[in-house]
Design a binder for this molecule. Sequence first.
Ligand SMILES: C[S@@+](CC[C@H](N)C(=O)[O-])C[C@H]1O[C@@H](n2cnc3c(N)ncnc32)[C@H](O)[C@@H]1O
Length: 275
Amino acid sequence: MTPDSFATIANLVKARSGIVLTADKGYMLETRLSGLMKREAIVSLDLLAQKLRDGRSEALLREVVEALTTNESSFFRDGKPFDHLRKILPKLHATRPAGQPIRIWSAACSTGQEAYSCAMILAEMKAQLGNRPFEILGTDLSRDVVTRAREGAFTQFEVQRGLPVQLLVKFFRQEEGKWRISPELRKATRFEERNLLGDHRILGRFDVIFCRNVLIYFDTPTKAQVLGAMASMLTPDGVLYLGGAETVLGITDRLQAIPGERGAYELPQALARAS
Ligand SMILES: C[S@@+](CC[C@H](N)C(=O)[O-])C[C@H]1O[C@@H](n2cnc3c(N)ncnc32)[C@H](O)[C@@H]1O
C-alpha cells in the first residue's frame, strides 16, 4: 500500500470516528479489511483507498470504519466502577424526587455487556432504591454491535468472562445455544447507533455515564471534545466512568477525579452548583 493510500484511509476513518490510525497500523488494515475486500472483489488496499477517495460509496466507508473499531468488552469489566456504582446509587436515589428514573448511558457500549451489567445492579438493588424506575441507554458507532447488544444473546465464552454464576442463573435463559438476558432487563435497556463525535444533547442529562476504553483511540482534541460533551450531559452530582488507561488530566478541567476512586470522575463543585 502506498503512503498516500494509507493516509486516505486513515484520514477518512479519523474524520468519521475519531479513531487515529498511526503509520504502524498497516498490518491492521490488511487483517481487518481483508474480509470485506474479498467480498467486494477489491484486490488491494490501494484500490480500496481509491474507491473511498471517489466518495461514492457511503456504505463502503461505514463498513471500513466499523471493521477498524475494536469491540472487546465483558460483563463487569474492571470491577471497580461497578462497585462504585453500587455505592453511589443509594445517594442518587435519596436526592431525587420519587418516580424520577435513574438514567445511565453506556457510551461506546459495544455488544452491551456494560449496559446489561448496570441493569443487573439496578435490578438487584430494586428494593433498596424504592422500586425507582431506571433507564439505561447503550450507544455505539458500529451498527453490527448495536444489533448484537439489542439481541442480548451471549455465548458461553462471553458469559464466563466476569459474570458471576448467580447473576447468570438469575437474569439469563438458555436459548438456541446462547444465553439470553431476561425480557425485563432487555425492556429497561435501549440501544442505538450514535457517534461520539456528534451532538447528543437531545438525549438529556444522565446520572451516570460510562465512556470506557474508547477515548484511547482518539487524539487529545477529540478526547477534549467528547469529555466536554459528557460533562455538560451529567447531572450536577453525576458520575462519569472512564477506562483504566484513560484520564481527564491535562485534557479538560470540566471534570475531576473522585479521590480514591480510580476511573470515576465528577463535575468540579463550583460547576456542579452553577448547573
Ligand atoms: C473496546 S470497546 C469498549 C466497550 C465498553 N465500553 C467496554 O469498556 O467494555 C470500544 C467501542 O467504541 C466504539 N467506538 C469507536 N469509535 C466510536 C465513536 N466515534 N462513537 C461511538 N462509538 C465508537 C467501537 O465501535 C467499540 O464498540
